[in-house]
Design a protein. Sequence first.
Length: 642
Amino acid sequence: MKKYVLFAILWAASCSLFAQENLLSGKYSASELQNLLIPQAEWTPFPRLADREGWAKADKEMLQACIKAAEASIDYDWPTIPATFSLAFVRDGNRSRYESVSFKKRSVLATMIVAETAENKGRFIDPVINGIWSICEESWWGVSAHLPGGKEYSGLMDVSQPFVDLFAAETGKVLAWADYFLGDKFDAVSPQIRKRMNNEIKYRLFDPFMTRDHWWTGKNGTIPNNWNPWICSNLLNTVLIMEKDEQKRTAIVDELLRVLDNFLNPYPQDGGCDEGPGYWNAAGAALYDNLVLLNLATPNSFQYVYDNERFKNMGRYIYRAQIGETYFLNFADASPRVGVGADMVYRFGKDIHDQDMMDFGAYYRKPGGAASAGIRSLCALFMQDELQQATQRLPLPKDVWLPDLQVMTARDKQGVSDGFYVAAKGGHNNESHNHNDVGSFVVFYDGQPLLIDVGSGKYTAKTFSPRRYEIWFNRSDFHNLPTVNAETQQPGRDFKASDVTYREGKSSVSFSLDLASAYPPSAAINSWKRTITFNRGKGVIIKDVTDLQKADAVVEHIMTCYPVEVTQPGKLVVHYQAKNGENTDFVITYNAKQMQAKVEKVELSTEEDEGIRGGWGDRIYRINFNVIAPKPKDAYTFQITK
């Protein structure tokens, strides 16, 4: 039996050690970096337009799908984005009206760029030029939800003060690939096209990045989230292609390395992504995109990063967080279903020499997807033969313990989703995309949900505002957690787990922690020791041992996505549905003399709830176990069995 106990002092010391690493920026001086970088005019990461032999090696299915998609949009009208679409975010909280127009313009343009490059007949050139010109004339390349609040902006961009957000950087990337592949064709029409792109990219991206403070860079001492590597990957992509002044090009790349280290230095050694598997695509995977670009541009001078154990763990996280073929662990704002970028994951696994990750990526290969103008899609274009021959397999680890993230997972058998799966978390309530969920857990069976974490809904103005925890699915009373003396968990770094212990054995796994510090002082908790025991092949036991200063009211909550009924006192039945549609009952047993169970269907009626419907359908149920006569010192036990 293994035993792991976390001590805060050791965690803090390890973070301090990592903070000094500077894995990316500490390797080369600026002058060394300039010597390593392939000059802008000579950099050829993918075949140029004139290299038809090179393009003959690209995947035919992906190119045909791309051309077909471009043909469907050849008469696209390239709409302007009305000011009222931006104002909608401050008026009624809606962000999708603006984003739907902005995102589609960029998607259509990115597809047409590759279609014209692949076909080389000129029929998409005018639509591409129209798209470039339309985007260059936008007041703001980002999205309305990312504008600063307050009267100074009031929902509209100050065009005299550009700054870099996620989608401004993505826009620069798309325009850069347009220049890379089709620049000569633009010049044949008018030299003003490339000049306009260069001027806009310099004004909107390069200058503000180098001269303004941005919170996502981590320069102010905060720990950045996925914005950091996601934006950096697109800025790096853009500057490598567009900046002709080699000194300026090197200076921006050098600064990007320092910014990326602000993301990487405090990252946990276990590689755990506190934003969840859905955001891993923009976090750990985006960091990998940066490495791909750097190794293409130097060349291979950053290959050493692939041998770093923490970086390897960042990659492995995506398959360690998998529940089954369809579902992933969705603590915080993560989605229960995650789109897996098969080729990117496969390449990541290949670079870090992890066969499990390679097999996992290859498993999700979907042949024939339309190519687009971006580093992941372009890499995919030229590797489909290898990916098609790769082994396709889901690793599905039997046990995972992420001591820094304080997340454990366990299943009945290695490599299959058959049987029980349980996961639980400690951590704190100031994680990126945080929910107040310290001590919560999930239970799945045969890869399908049984007891769930609801996850996140549709993002609105309220989502990332001071009103975030007015949204029900962000609160602890809509997680598998107790409400104590009418108090729920509170947000903030100080609201955290303590005395976290993980034990792994052949036939069982246990995870225990004290939840007291996750609640405010008014909850009057001396200690709330929760132990989650998973007995392989049998089920899960949740035991809470309490020591309260007062015991006015205690309610235990459990969330599920299936109808539930109390068949008899002490026995509650969850009507689970298997993947094949067959119904199977699971039982939650509890002490009926101690608790009274009541089931409620959660009403989904708000704009935020639209995202819940998309993930689970209109079938969220909360089970409330009201303690009949609470005592300061007590114990509550729940057993989940088939």
